[in-house]
Design a protein. Sequence first.
Length: 291
Amino acid sequence: MFLNTFGNSVSSYDEAGKTTFKWGHAALFGGLMLAVWLIEVLFETSFSKFGLRPRSSIGLWRVFVFPFLHGDWKHLLSNLLPFSVLSVLVFNMFPKHGWKIFLLTFALSGFWTWCFARPGTVVGASGWVYALLGFLLWTGFSKTSHKAMAVAGGLAFLYGGFVVGLVPIDPRISWEGHLMGLMAGFTAAVYWRHELGQATEADLPLKPIYDKEPPYPYWMYDMPHVLNQFGEVIPPENLEWIDGKPRLKNPETTPESEVDIEPKSSTSNSSFSAPSKFVYTYVSGSNTQNS
């Protein structure tokens, strides 16, 4: 199929191949974490009192608040940088499931921290960071796709030190929150393992296919128009369109009135060999609908 656009014949698959780099989600939530900390600094206050209190009946709603609260700027940066990187990876590698993964890891890591962390007040997005990391590691090492495997290997190399956060070394660090976050990421990856295995390959952007100009003066004819196997334009009055496919009005003139819509390459300008049945190439222009 040829689409004549600005003098170039471009495959109609180009429209489906357009992709954009997604980073707005990481900027939104990361910016919210930064904004909360700036408010604390400017007004000389602390929101740590709104941190998560495990198994407290009055603190369950704080599951949705405590990831945006941090003790100091070091704590904020240690979570903000990896959170931004992992969020961008999730939304660009799994665009159809990005929000599902994002929200499930957020809610599940927070709820499990509320259930199993030791008594005290928990603040920080580290549990959510571990959840996103666990999700990407599981999808990669379970061979969801070659791209996911490469990303998982890179993350394991760069963030291998995160294992230390799963060990109860420093009493000020909620290692339980880290562990629950990692388990939440694994759970999300297992839950969507079949869908993600198909989506990662299907969502690869299709590369544009640029062909040479069709070997006929297409600009002299009304569009749409159809070519026969000899590269000759079939008069529109001899065609009828059924379900978006062209058929000859007089089927007796050809052994097969059904039109094959498969694109016919225009790179060969040599003489056409007569096939066993007539094969037509549907050529669409600026005033036609894409099939």
